[in-house]
Write a protein that binds this ligand. Structure first.
Ligand SMILES: [Ca+2]
Ligand SMILES: [Ca+2]
Ligand SMILES: [Ca+2]
Ligand SMILES: [Ca+2]
Length: 128
């Protein structure tokens, strides 16, 4: 293989990884105030399609089966019921992102600081 082709492939791989698998605290903290608000979180995470990743049957909602399958994959022990805020048996995207955010907001103040971030997965958010 020619050298420039190899380089092109390497670049393509590394840029994909940087975007999808290695978000950093400062990427999400778009206003740079050292905390990640819900709005900052929603703005990034909804762009990544995390909700549709969990909606494995593509019906636009996350049910408790889909939730427990992914929770098992991620090795987390989360209760479905508190996430389903309106109690209709499904998670819409708002309930989903709220639940995700709240699960890692250890002191419940509505902001993620660096230590909340560090707890969210092994190496940043989705690299669990
Ligand atoms: Ca911020
Ligand atoms: Ca579904
Ligand atoms: Ca619901
Ligand atoms: Ca917090």
């Amino acid at each position: 293989m020619r050298k420039d082709i190899v380089l092109g492939i390497a670049l393509a791989l590394s840029s994909t990884a940087a975007f999808a698998a290695s978000p950093t605290f400062s990427t999400l903290d778009s206003d740079g105030n050292n905390s990640i608000s819900k709005d900052e979180f929603y703005g990034s995470v909804s762009d990544w399609g995390t909700y549709s990743d969990w909606d494995t049957n593509d019906d636009g909602l996350i049910d408790d089966n889909e939730f427990s399958t992914l929770a098992t994959d991620w090795g987390v022990d989360w209760d479905y019921d508190p996430w389903d805020a309106n109690g209709d048996g499904h998670l819409n995207s708002g309930e989903f992102y709220d639940g995700l955010y709240t699960s890692y907001d250890a002191n419940g103040d509505g902001y993620w600081d660096q230590s909340d971030w560090d707890d969210a997965g092994d190496a940043g958010l989705w690299d669990i």
